[in-house]
Each structure stands twice: as C-alpha cells, then as structure tokens.
Design a protein around this ligand. Structure first.
Ligand code: ADP
Ligand code: MG
Length: 366
C-alpha cells in the first residue's frame, strides 16, 4: 500500500483579484519541483509555517498537468490489478470539485473524466493487441455518504431508501454496500451521460435533504474487469470528492447541522488517521471506524492512494487552511519552521503528541 499526499493551490477567482494571497508553494532546492507549502503564523505574521508534501501544485497548474503528474502514472498499475484511490480533501470553496470533476470544456475537465478517458483508451488497446482474446469491461457505481448514510446516485430519487443502503462485511474481509447499483460503460460518451445525470441527482437530493453538496462525500467507483479465457482480474479506481473540512463547530448551530458536522468531522478524522497509519507503514489501519474508510477498505490491499489537498490562497481561509494542512501534511513528523526567511529547517517535536492530529492542530490554533 502506498500513499501520496499532494497539495494544489487554486488561483484567485475574478472577484478575488484584489485579495491578499498568503499561501504559496516553495521548494527545498530551487532546482527541484515544489514540495513545500508556506503560510504565515496567524499569531505572528513575521513567522512562516512550512508543510512538506510529496508534491505542491501552484495556482497556475492546469488540469492536464495535475492529471499527468498525479493520476496518469497509476493507469498501468490499475490494469495490473491494483486498486487506485484518489481523494480531494479541503475546505469548501478550495477546488475539490474543480479538481475531481472540473468544467465541461476539454481543457477544464477534471481528474475523473480524464481517468475514464485513459481507462477506455488502454482497455481498447489491450483488447486489440490480444486480438479479442482479452475482454475489458468497465462498470460504474456512484454514491454519496451523507450523515454516515449511503445513497446511490445512479438510482432515481424516488427509488432511494431514506435510511440509506446497508453495509455488509464479506468473508473476504471486503465491505460491500448492499443494493448499490452498477452500470456498465462502453465508452467516454456513455460515462459522461451517466455522470452528468447522477450529478444532477446529487444536487436535487441535496436540496431535499436540506444540505449542500459540500456536506457529503461523493464516491465514484470504476470497476475494471479483464477476462482472458477463464482468468478474471478485477480492480477498482475510486475517486472521492470529500465533504468540506472547514471547522464545522464554527459554522452553524442548528441541530441538523450539528448532526452533519459530527458525521463529517468523524469520517475526515478517521480518514486522516488511516492516511497517517498507511504512510507510517503501520500494520493496524483504523479503517473500520467510519463508513467511508470501511467501504474503501482503506489500507487493506496493495492499492495506491493519492490524496489531493485543495487550498485557497486567501487570508479569509487562514485558520481553516492551517488546520487542513495540519491534518493532511504527512510531514507532521518533518514539519519545518522557517523564521523570517532564514533558511533553517529544524525538526519540531510534535506538541501534544497524546492528542489526535486534528485535536492537536485545533489546540495549536487557539
Ligand atoms: P469545492 O468543491 O472545494 O467547494 P470548487 O471546486 O467548487 O470548490 O471551487 C470553488 C470555485 O473555484 C469554483 O468557482 C471553481 O470553478 C473555482 N476553481 C477552483 N479551482 C480552480 C482552478 N484550479 N482553476 C480555476 N478555477 C478554479
Ligand atoms: Mg465541491
């Protein structure tokens, strides 16, 4: 199991051009690509915090560059039978949906349509090269987890169970969503039709549940089945647009919101613990602690996980940005602190190491 955690800083939007930019990418060595995110200490602006990642993509990064660098390399392993899981993590408004889904224009298309395009292209090539001996089938599932309940996005609204779909642990150890639909997909056109329809479903459903899409996790699963004679190989690529990671206690205090917040906080917290445990090489991954990580069996296979932390460079996001940097930076152990541009990287022992990462980062912000 391997995990990569990268950060992507979104550009300023048209109505933000006069705003203060406080987040930037940097490199340890000017000849190397960026791997560090810098942000001022809110308590002392003369001081800057640095967070290390496996890669940092600045404001000018195109959709194509991000895909080519962080997703395309895993198409081959996917076809070799290895599961690939892609997450977009971050505060609402930082570019998660843009990164995953993107816009309709070709250049603006996000990771998901590009992934599918790559899958179909490779699948066709394999079938052609094997002269029809190998068949490649692609099937999609698309669901969201809202308040720890699973809703099928490929089902029309009126067919949905309000209590959500149940989970079942299989003998193999995998967790399945009981009754989740699966649609087979022949080509990119097929996929796009299904995907647009399902996304519309998501929006309508969200309004009915009195929630915004940023309050749920949307998970697209692409199942790849390759058959040669009686040999069948299955692998899945999952792309997840996570619920907003903003400090949910600060936002609202309605009862409904509190229930939502508790569910979001818990699942994101478990996710970050799983990512930490995987990147440390731990044997025990706490994936059973939330539905999302359970369904993904995170850390239970040989899979590859890429977490993209989306960041907005604006001051108005300062505290939330710091908190999400703390949670997703694998570098809690190698967190570096730079004071007034003097290049001193030093190991900072983790304060409150008995606290969870999230709690510790929140404490640090007090
Ligand atoms: P989130 O899903 O995290 O709430 P969105 O993806 O909806 O955030 O992005 C918020 C806004 O910023 C949208 O208008 C989106 O089009 C824009 N945006 C995000 N990332 C980029 C980017 N890399 N380039 C251009 N616009 C972006
Ligand atoms: Mg979104």
């Amino acid at each position: 199991m391997s995990v990569r955690v990268v950060a992507r800083i979104r550009p300023l939007l048209e109505n933000e051009l006069d705003k203060d930019v406080i987040v930037r990418g940097d490199s340890v060595d000017p000849s190397k690509p960026n791997t560090i995110v810098k942000i001022p200490n809110p308590k002392n602006e003369a001081e800057e915090f640095s967070f290390a990642f496996n890669g940092v993509y600045d404001m000018s990064t195109s959709q194509e560059t991000l895909f080519t660098s962080e997703v395309a390399p895993y198409l081959k392993p996917l076809f070799q039978g290895i599961d690939v899981t892609l997450f977009a993590y971050g505060v609402t408004g930082t570019g998660k949906t843009h990164t995953m889904r993107g816009g309709l224009k070709l250049a603006e298309r996000g990771v998901i349509p590009r992934l599918l395009s790559g899958v179909f292209r490779r699948g066709k090539k394999i079938m052609k090269d094997s002269q029809g001996e190998t068949t490649v089938q692609v099937a999609l599932s698309y669901y969201e987890i809202y308040n720890d309940k699973v809703f099928d996005l490929l089902e029309p609204l009126d067919k949905r169970t309000p209590t959500g779909l149940p989970l079942r642990a299989e003998a193999s150890g995998r967790t399945v969503v009981v009754g989740l639909s699966e649609r087979s997909c022949e080509d990119l056109k097929d996929f796009e039709k299904l995907y647009i329809e399902a996304n519309n479903n998501r929006i309508t459903a969200s309004t009915k549940l009195n929630a915004h899409s940023s309050r749920s996790h949307a998970i697209l699963r692409v199942k790849l089945t390759q058959t040669t004679g009686n040999m069948v190989q299955e692998s899945t690529a999952s792309a997840i647009d996570l619920a907003g990671s903003e400090d949910n206690r600060r936002t609202d205090n309605g009862k409904e919101r509190l229930v939502e917040s508790a569910a979001i906080n818990k699942s994101l917290f478990v996710l970050s613990q799983c990512i930490d445990a995987i990147s440390r090489g731990d044997k025990r991954i706490p994936y059973r602690e939330s539905k999302m990580t359970r369904i993904l069996s995170l850390g239970q296979n040989k899979g590859i996980t890429v977490m993209i932390l989306n960041l907005a460079p604006l001051r108005s996001y300062h505290l939330d940005t710091l908190s999400s940097l703390n949670v997703s930076s694998r570098a809690k152990r190698i967190e570096v602190r730079e004071i007034e541009n003097e290049v001193v990287f030093k190991q900072v022992p983790r304060a409150n190491s008995n606290l969870s990462g999230l709690a510790a980062s929140r404490q640090a912000l007090r």
